[in-house]
Design a protein around this ligand. Structure first.
Ligand SMILES: *Cc1c(COP(=O)(O)O)cnc(C)c1O
Length: 364
């Protein structure tokens, strides 16, 4: 018998991951934390490694209790996942599979798009307006599920709490998923977050340990939602998807507010610096509320190559549905120096060997 994948999978453009540069200083493609993880997190992971022969706690009770307390919700309103990406797939299985309909921004966060197509659902993408979610246009679309990424990836722009609240009230969508992967970097996270709206029963908020907490490699995210939504998703998930090392690391990270504060302050200052460097070099930038900056670059490939020649890897906008742009994650101090150097050196100095340097980059 001929083997063919399900026909609706043909629509999926494969995910194009960011690349690591030759050095971690130059890696600005994946919005990872420039300050790494805290020492407490490493200690917690090391201790947990001694219990690696045991299955993990299926629901991550200790972590859930900590997160519930932080968000003033009950633990049964929280589900911990193998990165928030796993939770996005669970939402698609539970609320979109077999001819469901989702609405999101265009460009979308790629996982929202891929997970929708994987389950054979339909996706309506609504163009951004001034680089932000056009919530007013999205609210005219009747869908099972609406994705609001706030701040958005790849633009870094945020809509206010009042705007998101108005959208939730006016949208006919059954469930509004607000992805707050970058909420820690906005001016006032508590005042912007939609967590207080989960009591409406129609809102699910996604958070991750991959960004401000610096745990992208451990894979931990969580969802805050009505307990009935969590109960549904629990039926769908693989019971041991979050490893014991990941649970221990995330718990230590959640308790380390000092590190959170340090990363937040550093990233916000570094973001200003990245914006300034590109503006001085003559590029327009999208004002960011996240840990990256979207740079307008009609000659996208040329800018990517120029930076690669200086040992810097960034994310080409065309890999993110935003051709003519380049996304640059806020790097550590040495990365800022690399950027400053790359952007002040003339294009003509770009060595012919920059291509081979590019080839040495590793996929992540
Ligand atoms: C980085 C990111 C996430 C985090 O994904 P994980 O699977 O938790 O690493 C989620 N949503 C958006 C929009 C992101 O950019």
């Amino acid at each position: 018998m001929n083997l063919t994948a399900r026909p609706w999978l043909d629509r999926i453009e494969p995910y194009r991951p960011g690349r690591h540069a030759a050095t971690s200083d130059g890696s600005m493609a994946s919005n990872e934390s420039p300050l790494g993880t805290s020492a407490q997190v490493l200690d917690a992971i090391t201790a947990a490694a001694r219990r690696a022969h045991r299955y993990p706690d299926p629901l991550a009770d200790e972590l859930r209790a900590e997160l519930a307390q932080r968000h003033h919700v009950s633990p049964d309103q929280i589900l911990v996942g193998n990165g928030s990406d796993e939770l996005i797939f669970l939402l698609a299985w539970a609320y979109l599979a077999q001819n469901g309909h989702a609405v999101c921004a265009d460009p979308a966060y790629r996982i929202d798009e891929i997970s929708t197509y994987v389950v054979g659902a339909r996706l309506t993408k609504v163009a951004l307006r001034d680089w932000t979610h056009d919530l007013e246009a999205m609210a005219t679309i009747s869908a099972d599920l609406a994705y609001v990424v706030n701040p958005h990836n790849p633009t870094g722009t945020a809509r206010s709490y009042a705007d998101v609240e108005r959208f939730i009230e006016s949208s006919p969508a059954g469930l509004v998923v607000v992805d707050e992967a970058y909420i820690d970097f906005v001016d006032d996270p508590d005042a912007t977050s939609a967590v207080s709206l989960v009591d409406t029963g129609r809102v699910a908020v996604l958070r991750t340990f991959s960004k401000v907490h610096g745990l992208a490699g451990l894979r931990v995210g969580y969802l805050v939602a009505d307990s009935s939504i969590i109960a549904t998703l629990r039926k769908v998930r693989a019971p041991f998807s979050v490893s014991s090392l990941a649970q221990a690391g995330a718990l230590a990270a959640a308790r380390d507010r000092e590190h959170w504060q340090r990363v937040r302050a550093y990233t916000r200052a570094g973001r200003d610096e990245v914006q300034r460097l590109f503006q001085i070099a003559g590029y327009a930038v999208v004002p960011s509320q996240a840990n990256f900056v979207l740079v307008e670059a009609p000659e996208e490939e040329q800018l990517v190559a120029r930076l690669a020649g200086a040992g810097i890897s960034v994310r080409p906008g065309s890999a993110l549905g935003a051709p003519g742009t380049v996304r640059v994650s806020v790097p550590a101090q040495k990365g800022l120096q690399l950027l400053a150097h790359a952007l002040t050196t003339s294009d003509l100095c770009m060595p012919a060997s920059s291509g081979s340097r590019h080839d040495q980059e590793r996929f992540v």
